[in-house]
Design a protein around this ligand. Structure first.
Ligand code: CU
Length: 131
């Protein structure tokens, strides 16, 4: 038998596996809070870790292209705080300075470009501010 006919189905299977991987790719990443709870106040540092779920490894060198912090989890989505990025002190950890003016839950929404990943990775993290 000609090797070409044996290879074709294997190639087709490989191609469909690759497209399945591409489809699942952005969902393979998750943001996790480094500290889920902190004191309310101004100039609070919120840090999140970007994790590649299949390997459990932190993902360094992602570029955060959108960031938002608001109180949506406590029904105050319009209560948005300014967010400014801080230099990363640990690979895979992305830190921001923001204001958490009242006690309660805050939602951090982030969009990131990950090296080697064509899709934009978007995630939400909830942190709690205490009195
Ligand atoms: Cu509020």
């Amino acid at each position: 038998m000609n090797a070409k006919y044996l290879l074709a189905p294997a190639l087709a299977a490989a191609v469909s596996l690759m497209s399945a991987a591409a489809f699942a790719a952005a969902a393979d990443y998750a943001f996790e809070p480094v500290t889920p709870e902190m004191k309310k106040g101004d100039d609070v540092i919120v840090a999140v870790r970007l994790v590649h779920k299949p390997t459990g490894k932190a993902v360094p060198d992602a570029v955060i292209i959108r960031r938002r912090i608001d109180m949506a989890p406590d029904g105050m989505a319009e209560m948005e705080s300014p967010v400014s990025p801080l230099p990363s002190r640990e690979p895979g950890v992305y830190a921001f300075k923001t204001d958490l003016p009242m006690a309660g839950r805050y939602q951090v929404t982030l969009s990131a470009k990950v090296q080697g990943e064509p899709e934009t990775v978007t995630g939400k993290v909830v942190v709690k501010a205490t009195k």
